[in-house]
Ligand binder design. Structure first.
Ligand SMILES: [Cu+2]
Length: 188
């Protein structure tokens, strides 16, 4: 029985201890990769596993939104609000958009990633060319800054993929043992 408790605690440690070892992960986002949005003010919301570090003048954080031709449709400036990084852009051109993001994790490590989403414009929406969500000290400059390469959130998905496996292992370790057929016969 002691072994089973030990095995159970090891499994729990593996499953729930992993995020404490790894630095912050993107755990939720809007839009989701490949999501189709209607033209308008598009809001990018990136939620991380813990509070982000907000540097002065939003340095170190950026969310760049590029159209299908690779032209930025926002200034790359992001607002950090606790665990969340936010950017907005006023978009009226239908097509595919790529988002590159970079933020400072709570442990001081920069983390980055990218994804894309689609925009349709069925309503004839016209964007405001002067729309600016927020300013920052170092707005995105295509000549000096490249947007981060696609980085799958493999640690996050690995973690969640391991949950059912760990649950099964726990079940196998902790399930009550059936008494042997001989014993069952004895009790009759
Ligand atoms: Cu880290």
């Amino acid at each position: 029985m002691k072994f089973r408790l030990f095995a159970a605690s090891v499994l729990f440690g593996l499953v729930f201890g992993t995020p404490a070892i790894a630095h912050e992960q993107l755990v939720d986002q809007q839009p989701t990769p490949g999501q189709q949005l209607e033209a308008g003010v598009v809001e990018i919301l990136l939620d991380f596993s813990d509070d982000l570090i907000e540097l002065e003048d939003a340095a170190g954080s950026e969310i760049v939104i590029l159209d299908a031709s690779g032209n930025p449709v926002n200034n790359g400036c992001a607002v950090i609000d606790g665990r969340r990084a936010i950017a907005k852009a006023d978009i009226d051109q239908a097509g595919s958009y790529q988002v590159g993001w970079r933020v400072v994790s709570g442990d001081g490590h920069p983390i980055s990633g990218s994804f894309s989403f689609e925009v349709t414009n069925d309503s004839g929406y016209v964007a405001d060319p002067n729309y600016i969500f927020t300013d920052c000290a170092n707005p995105y400059n295509p000549e000096t800054t490249s947007i981060p390469a696609e980085s799958p959130q493999y640690l996050y998905w690995l973690l969640w993929a391991s949950l059912p496996i760990a649950a099964l292992a726990l079940f196998l370790v902790l399930r009550p043992r059936k008494s042997s057929p001989n014993k069952a016969d004895d009790q009759k």
